[in-house]
Write a new protein. Structure first.
Length: 178
């Protein structure tokens, strides 16, 4: 059974900029830059028929290209931090694409996503990192200085069953067209 998710790839130049943040936090397992992405819809382990149906539904999405920009750093997990991420400036176009991916998942027979969409790029997974150390790291690093980038496609990734972080394989790519 493939483990699938749809996502936006992060351009190489932006990924290289993010690599300068990869130090100074005990308990961080840094994601390789080639695996940076913005998840649109996590599917998980599904059978072949569901994977085919989801792939077909994704191919029907019609959204024009748009721009995104990274916006600051943050962490998930509160008192038990589990990840460091780069945020994304709010975007109606991104929300439209994400909702279309959610509809595709529902058309493939998957249950609705139970979590609210919080667009981000995971930079590190944390294990045993102290909350005060994470807060100090985020304060030291400040914001993320990266130019906007154009989203002209999204992809369907597969991954091995692991704790996350890759490697990911592009199974299909879907161009955005005006």
């Amino acid at each position: 059974m493939p483990r699938l998710f749809s996502a936006i790839e992060i351009p190489r130049g932006i990924a290289e900029r993010l690599t300068v943040l990869r130090a100074g936090l005990t308990g961080a397992r840094w994601i390789d830059p080639e695996n940076y992405h913005l998840t649109l819809r996590f599917i998980g382990d599904v059978d072949g028929a569901t994977a085919r149906d989801f792939t077909l539904a994704l191919s029907q999405i019609e959204v024009p290209p748009f721009e995104l920009r990274l916006n600051g750093l943050g962490s998930f997990g509160g008192r038990k931090p589990r990840a460091i991420f780069a945020g994304i400036v709010p975007s109606m176009a991104l929300d439209t694409l994400q909702r279309a991916n959610e509809r595709a998942a529902r058309e493939a027979g998957l249950p609705p996503e139970g979590r609210n969409f919080k667009p981000h790029v995971t930079l590190a997974r944390l294990r045993g990192a102290r909350p005060d150390a994470v807060a100090a790291y985020l304060e030291r690093q400040g914001g993320v200085d990266a130019e906007p980038f154009t989203v002209s496609r999204f992809v369907l990734y597969s991954s091995r069953n692991s704790v996350g972080g890759g490697p990911y394989v592009v199974e299909a790519a879907y161009d955005l067209e005006d």
